[in-house]
Design a protein around this ligand. Structure first.
Ligand code: B12
Ligand code: SF4
Length: 489
């Protein structure tokens, strides 16, 4: 059997915050290319359970495979099953890709997995381009699908797998599962024991992945936990139960990556530092095993203490990306972020003290920013915080989040507009932003000014030069600067 896994091309991806010409400033892919770990997990599980199937993998984004090249690729492979991963904002590409495969090789079973079906399961299952969708963590479910197809059995009983028909019985039912965000209201696939999941087989990665804030070209992404128990009102991370891998299991994967020549690790957990203890235990293990590598993680400021930062630095941590989001206590409270500006400052000060670089993830355009002065105050906080890097986004009102339901009530989002897009995706769909107090154009101008204010300060230039820690870092900083100048109008 031939099984093809695809991360679709991104030629028609929706722009997160477009200007009048439909172009965005510093969108997520301007920050680099990262291996699509989720689909790689699904692939690796199948590979371990069914070593006799032929597996093909293409990350069309990083390998720069265009839609035009898909027919030749599919004709060559003649897949029996195709698994496609997804983000909702890439839906136009996803449907186009599936249509092409259908035309070239109609006998293939097309299965859609990833973030889109978990956000919009019913609409995803109704896409006629797909034979099935998998809602949730797809490792076991996809393996069972392939097994059922091979054995000529029905696959409709597989947990988390739906067809256009089988999903109907869940429409309108009030199904709840505490392991997920409340809006995941149909039974979804779920992997209980993370230690039992095979490591992502990185030998399938063909492209060169890199981060604009990275240390080297030999960078691997790793997940040490799944899920996040917090309930920030703008975020729809679906897995609420926090599950962690054992240190032995995790370090087996790290050592495998080091043997493969990786020298830098991005920990992609939603919440790597759930407690300072977790970070300290990780550092203990690095030291016990006498390992030498650079690493960084995405963290929360309220789970930082001096000991964890000091130990992290000693154990090779070079950078932490904190979801700061906004710069007032009132705003953080409204967002249910569970932190405050004092804690934010303390965390950044500690990182500065121990020379760990910081990235502040920041958002403007929240409902509580009602005047120009509010936005200015918000940016003042960021500038004074003085992180090494800042990513300043305009709030996207993501479906399924409390903010989205508030926007619906206020008439800022058209009822069902996302659902309609999901059934009939078109490139001209506009992602909703909170336009109660400012138009998107105004928010774009504020974003522009904020980036200028932040990056074109003498203090920032000095920070950047002082902190260069590799030739690769130097090169990416220079090209990042050019990109920034180009991107800002
Ligand atoms: C890492 C990450 C990124 C990386 C992506 C790197 C990459 N190449 O994958 C970067 C930084 C580039 C990124 C960008 C964006 N991201 Co992001 N990101 C994440 C994050 C934090 C982790 C994803 C991950 O790797 N998880 C670990 C793996 C193991 O889990 P997984 O990806 O869910 O995969 C499992 C299942 O989805 C499923 N599955 C996945 N693929 C397939 C394929 C098949 C065939 C099957 C059967 C199953 C299956 O099985 C997997 C294994 O269990 C998630 C949050 C989260 N916890 O999910 C957000 C998240 C996925 N991002 C999100 C968004 C919105 C974005 C952006 C639009 C920017 C933004 N404003 O946040 C951009 C868009 C990206 C794009 N298309 O250009 C949303 C997605 C919402 C949606 N409905 O699509 C999430 C859920 C976070 C959130 N709530 O805001 N992101
Ligand atoms: S913003 Fe971060 S801490 Fe808050 S729910 Fe999302 S992943 Fe968790």
């Amino acid at each position: 059997m031939n099984i093809l896994f695809l991360n679709p091309p991104d030629e028609h991806k929706l722009c997160e915050s477009p200007n009048e010409e439909g172009e965005g400033v510093l969108e997520s892919d301007d920050f680099g290319y990262f291996p699509p770990l989720g689909i790689l997990y699904v692939l690796s599980y199948l590979e371990e359970k069914m070593p006799d199937v032929n597996i093909y993998f293409h990350d069309c984004v990083a390998e720069k495979i265009s839609h035009k090249e898909i027919p030749a690729l599919v004709e060559k492979i003649k897949p029996d099953v195709v698994g496609i991963t997804s983000f909702t904002i890439s839906l136009v590409d996803i449907v186009k890709l599936a249509n092409t495969i259908r035309k070239v090789h109609p006998q293939a079973h097309l299965c859609l997995g990833g973030h889109h079906p978990i956000a919009f399961p019913v609409q995803a299952a109704q896409l006629k381009e797909f034979d099935s969708v998998i809602v949730g963590e797809g490792e076991k479910a996809f393996y069972e699908l392939v097994k059922s197809i091979r054995e000529g059995r029905s696959f409709e009983e597989i947990e988390g797998l739906y067809t256009n028909e089988s999903i109907k019985k869940w429409i309108g039912k009030d199904f709840k599962d505490k392991r997920f965000l409340t809006h995941v209201n149909i039974p979804a696939a779920y992997m209980d024991e993370l230690d039992k999941i095979p490591f992502p087989n990185r030998n399938h990665l063909k492209a060169e992945y890199h981060s604009v804030v990275g240390y080297s070209k030999k960078m691997a992404t790793i997940i040490t936990t799944r899920g996040c128990p917090y309930l920030c009102t703008f975020c729809d991370v679906p897995y609420k139960k926090y599950r962690t891998r054992s240190m032995d299991n995790l370090f087996e994967e790290i050592e495998q990556c080091l043997e493969q020549g990786f020298e830098e690790f991005h920990f992609y957990d939603d919440l790597f530092n759930i407690t300072p203890r977790k970070v300290i235990e990780f550092c203990d293990e690095v030291e016990k095993r006498n390992l030498n590598f650079k690493w960084d993680f995405r963290g929360r400021v309220n789970a930082v203490n001096e000991e964890s930062i000091r130990r992290a630095k000693q154990a090779g941590c070079r950078q932490i990306s904190f979801g700061v989001e906004t710069g007032t206590d009132e705003g953080l409270k409204i967002l249910k972020k569970g932190t405050n500006t004092k804690k934010v400052k303390e965390a950044f000060d500690l990182c500065r003290k121990y020379k760990i670089r910081t990235i502040a993830d920041y958002i403007i355009g929240f409902p509580f920013e009602k005047t120009e002065e509010d936005i200015k105050q918000n940016i003042d906080f960021l500038v004074n915080l003085n992180p090494d890097f800042a990513q300043i986004a305009i709030l996207m009102v993501l479906p399924n989040t409390p903010l989205y339901f508030e926007a619906l009530q206020k008439g800022l989002v058209k009822n069902n507009e996302w659902e309609e897009f999901c059934l009939n995706p078109t490139e001209d769909f506009k992602i909703t932003h909170w336009e109660e107090h400012f138009t998107l154009e105004e928010l774009r101008n504020f974003q522009d000014q904020a980036y200028r204010r932040f990056y074109f300060r003498p203090k920032n230039f000095i920070n950047q030069i002082k902190n260069i820690d590799s030739f690769y870092d130097f090169k990416t900083k220079v090209s990042g600067l050019f990109k920034l100048i180009q991107g800002l109008t």
